[in-house]
Ligand binder design. Structure first.
Ligand SMILES: *[C@@H]1O[C@H](CO)[C@@H](O)[C@H](O)[C@H]1NC(C)=O
Ligand SMILES: *[C@@H]1O[C@H](CO)[C@@H](O)[C@H](O)[C@H]1NC(C)=O
Ligand SMILES: *[C@@H]1O[C@H](CO)[C@@H](O)[C@H](O)[C@H]1NC(C)=O
Ligand SMILES: *[C@@H]1O[C@H](CO)[C@@H](O)[C@H](O)[C@H]1NC(C)=O
Length: 505
């Protein structure tokens, strides 16, 4: 079928759905990429568009005699956490690998590549030797005692590493996945850089695999913030699959086949995909690998991966007989109270990519409750995305900056304070609480493109800086939305952005 014809079919299908108003996905995509500039640590370039931010943390790594300037703050605080930062870069890269053309069509490809490179440049510095990875700068406990702009930080900037004696397989493997996925992104435009990323990815995977250990035991200060509940076996499989996609080297494919069962890849069926628990994502990646030219045994294992990936997708679609993902009365997927939208956003990228896979391979999905076509998965993705952008009982866009209504009190130190450009007067550790956190007024800086934690199980949302379960945003919330928005922008050209009267129905 010619592309324009299938486009018409999709638009017709989407137009016939409830909540079928169209949002300006292209605009949301542009905004989502701005968010990564607001989260930058280090020396900001001249091209920096988010002007309320300035240079910060320019001495990171100095005490440890390693240059750790750069990278991203993960959320509303000023810690650089390695595991979620790497996961963010993997998701951004996955978005570009699948939807680079669509992102380019929206005029945002350069911005997406910059957002990825800001992360990979940092990982190159953080990985100075094959078996050493600097996995964190600052710590949650001392950071959270203060409410300061990153430009004013006076908290500890101690850096933490994993190495042979203190291994950290989750963070080593996730960083390997990020570098491998990013190497695909840059393979045409920056081949030398791409090869460099691949070299780091190969070493990091070898390090994480050979020196196995939980990273939160080697870096105990991370335990309260990003502990690893699922262990490191999911990250090892995830990294192997990304390395295989990047290199086509069968060593990595065989790793995923041989360890599929013992690492839970072909046995765990989990209704969650997140920075910690990556089974659904890696199962989907395995399920989308071509099966031609492989042995019967290999294809049997790939089918086992596929059945678990499909369990996850059916669970999101509410089409399994037993386990499904809960939904709010307004229809939003609901996993847990704390930053629920991360699970929605991360899942939507899996669903979008899988929908395209089914489409191109002319397959459909067989859930307990019936057969599902690729377009139904995509319509579901659209409905969840529309909920995020304002088609919800609160009539609020949870992607900050999307008019007419969005959270004004995001739990974010930098956004809550006067811009450094306007006042370089130092704001002390405790002073920030009184001057900025405790105010009732909206944040002076709009954290455009941030996807906040979002509403509760009953679609309720309270816009307060203290309500951090709902008003804090994280880099990995927005990262996966980049691909989803690019896809929706292509299939459902915008009708109107401003009129969202439907959202209150
Ligand atoms: C495949 O990867 C393995 C592990 O990194 C390496 O030893 C081997 O040389 C690679 N093979 C090819 C053909 O590049
Ligand atoms: C859910 O649906 C998938 C896809 O058909 C199937 O493989 C799985 O067994 C089902 N699981 C449950 C628990 O219902
Ligand atoms: C799911 O439940 C329906 C209705 O109870 C039943 O007809 C169907 O056989 C079940 N499917 C599976 C795969 O268990
Ligand atoms: C939005 O649409 C409704 C119903 O079509 C209309 O009454 C209202 O005036 C529109 N609002 C704006 C801001 O265009």
């Amino acid at each position: 079928m010619p592309a324009y014809k299938s486009l018409v079919v999709v638009v017709l299908i989407l137009a016939s759905l409830p909540y079928s108003e169209s949002f300006d996905y292209g605009d949301a995509l542009s905004k989502s990429l701005l968010y990564f500039e607001a989260q930058r640590s280090g020396r900001l370039p001249h091209s920096q568009r988010v002007k309320w931010r300035d240079d910060s943390a320019l001495l990171d790594g100095l005490e440890e005699e390693v240059d750790l300037v750069g990278g991203y703050y993960d959320a509303g605080d000023n810690v650089k956490f390695g595991l979620p930062m790497a996961y963010t870069i993997t998701l951004l890269s996955w978005s570009v690998v699948e939807y680079g053309d669509e992102i380019g069509g929206a005029g945002e490809l350069d911005m997406a590549l910059e957002a990825i490179k800001w992360g990979t440049d940092y990982f190159i510095k953080a990985h100075p030797q094959p078996h050493v990875l600097w996995a964190q700068v600052g710590d949650g406990d001392t950071d959270h005692l203060c409410w300061q702009r990153p430009e004013d930080m006076t908290t500890s900037r101690r850096a933490y590493k994993v190495d042979e004696e203190n291994p950290g397989s989750e963070v080593a493997a996730e960083t390997a996945a990020a570098m491998a996925a990013a190497s695909i992104v840059f393979s045409v435009t920056k081949p030398h850089y791409s090869r460099l990323l691949l070299e780091h990815a190969t070493q990091l995977f070898e390090f994480g695999d050979k020196f196995r250990g939980r990273y939160d035991e080697s870096i105990p200060v991370v335990k309260e913030y990003y502990p690893s509940a699922s262990g490191y076996k999911d990250e090892l499989l995830w990294a192997a699959l990304w390395l295989y996609r990047a290199t086509h080297n069968l060593t990595y494919f065989n790793y995923a086949i041989q360890n599929g069962e013992s690492f839970g890849g072909t046995t765990w069926a989990i209704a969650e995909f997140s920075w910690d628990i990556k089974y659904a994502g890696l199962q989907a990646i395995a399920a989308m690998l071509p099966m031609g030219g492989r042995s019967e045994e290999e294809n049997k294992v790939l089918k086992q991966y596929r059945s678990k990936a499909e369990f996850y997708i059916c669970a999101c679609l509410n089409m399994n007989n037993s386990t499904n993902v809960k939904r709010s009365p307004g229809g939003l997927l609901y996993t847990r109270r704390w930053n629920n939208l991360q699970y929605v956003s991360n899942g939507l990228l899996v669903l979008t990519a899988y929908s395209d896979h089914l489409r191109w391979t002319k397959q459909s999905l067989e859930c307990d409750a019936g057969v599902v076509g690729w377009h139904e998965i995509l319509s579901f993705v659209k409905s969840q995305t529309d909920y995020i952008l304002g088609a919800n009982p609160m009539g609020v866009s949870y992607l900050v900056g999307v008019e007419p209504s969005y959270p004004k009190r995001v739990h974010h130190r930098g956004a809550s304070a006067v811009p450094f450009r306007d006042s370089k007067v130092f704001v002390g550790c405790m002073q920030g609480y009184h001057s900025w956190l405790l105010r009732q007024a909206p944040n002076p800086n709009v954290l455009v493109g941030a996807l906040v934690g979002g509403p509760d199980l009953n679609d309720r949302f309270r816009d307060s800086r203290f309500n951090f379960a709902q008003t804090e945003a994280c880099t990995y919330n927005t990262a996966s939305l980049v691909g989803v928005l690019a896809k929706l922008n292509i299939i459902a050209p915008t009708v109107s952005t401003s009129n969202q009267s439907l959202s209150n129905k």
